[in-house]
Write a protein that binds this ligand. Structure first.
Ligand code: FE2
Length: 237
C-alpha cells in the first residue's frame, strides 16, 4: 500500500529515498496555504460547496484516483520516517475524502445526511491543513503518497452508488459507506497520534487527536441516522 516518501532539501530525515516515484507537480500545495485563517476557509468552502451541490454529480473515482504512482516498496529506516509517511498517507486520505464527500452530498436525498456530508467536508479540509502544517514543520512534501486503502474504499462507495436504486436505499448505502470511510480515518489518525506521542511530539499529537475526535463525532452522528429515519425509509421502500 505504501508508495514513496519525498523530502525537500535540506531534508532532516536522511534516509528517505528521493526518486522512487514521479510526483504530481501540478497537485503540490503551496505550503503557505495552511496559513489562511480557518474561519475564512470555512466560509469560502461552504459557499463553493453550495454552488457545486447544484451542479450535476460527477463520478468520484476519476477525480481522486489520478495517481499513476507505481512506486516500488520504499525503505524507511527510522521511527520518525514511518511517522512522516503515515502523515503523508493521511494527506492523501483527506484529499480523496474531500472529493468523495462532495459526490456523496450530491447524491444524498435526506437533508440531514446531506448536511452531515457538507459539514464533514469542511472539517476534512481543516484536517488536511493541520496535516500540511505538521509536515511543513518537518520540511517534508505533503503530497507524495496515494493512500490505496482509501482509494479502494472510495471505489467501493462509487460502486454502491451505481447499483443502489431508489433514493431511500441509496441514502442507506451512503451511510454505510461513510461509516467505513470514517472507521478507516479513525484507525489512521489513532495510529498517527500514537506515533507522535511516542516521538514526544506533543503539539503534533494534540493536533492529530483533534482530527481523531472529529472523525469519531462524525461516525457517531451517522449511527442514529442509520438506526433512524434513513434506514426506516429504506426498509419501507
Ligand atoms: Fe478526515
Amino acid at each position: 500500500m505504501r508508495t514513496a516518501l519525498k523530502t525537500s532539501a535540506p531534508a532532516p530525515i536522511k534516509s528517505i529515498q528521493l526518486d522512487m516515484v514521479p510526483r504530481r507537480a501540478a497537485a503540490r500545495p503551496r505550503l503557505t496555504d495552511s496559513a489562511e485563517p480557518c474561519g475564512l476557509r470555512f466560509v469560502e468552502n461552504n459557499r463553493e460547496m453550495r454552488q457545486r451541490l447544484s451542479a450535476p454529480a460527477e463520478p468520484m473515482v476519476p477525480q481522486i484516483c489520478t495517481s499513476s504512482k507505481k512506486g516500488t516498496a520504499m525503505e524507511l529506516s527510522s521511527f520518525k520516517d514511518m511517522y512522516i509517511a503515515e502523515l503523508q498517507e493521511l494527506v492523501s486520505v483527506e484529499e480523496q475524502l474531500t472529493a468523495a464527500l462532495l459526490r456523496m452530498a450530491q447524491m444524498a436525498s435526506h437533508s440531514a445526511l446531506r448536511d452531515a456530508f457538507i459539514r464533514h467536508r469542511e472539517e476534512t479540509q481543516v484536517q488536511k491543513d493541520r496535516l500540511e502544517s505538521i509536515l511543513q514543520r518537518h520540511r517534508v512534501e505533503p503530497k507524495v503518497h496515494t493512500d490505496q486503502a482509501m482509494q479502494a474504499l472510495v471505489h467501493e462507495t462509487e460502486k454502491m452508488l451505481e447499483i443502489l436504486k431508489g433514493n431511500e436505499l441509496r441514502d442507506a448505502g451512503l451511510i454505510a459507506s461513510a461509516q467505513k470511510l470514517e472507521h478507516y480515518e479513525i484507525a489512521a489518525y489513532g495510529t498517527a497520534a500514537a506515533l507522535a506521542g511516542q516521538l514526544e511530539l506533543r503539539d503534533e499529537q494534540r493536533k492529530l487527536h483533534a482530527s481523531l475526535e472529529e472523525e469519531k463525532k462524525t461516525d457517531l452522528l451517522l449511527t442514529p441516522m442509520a438506526q433512524g429515519a434513513v434506514n426506516r425509509d429504506a426498509l419501507a421502500a
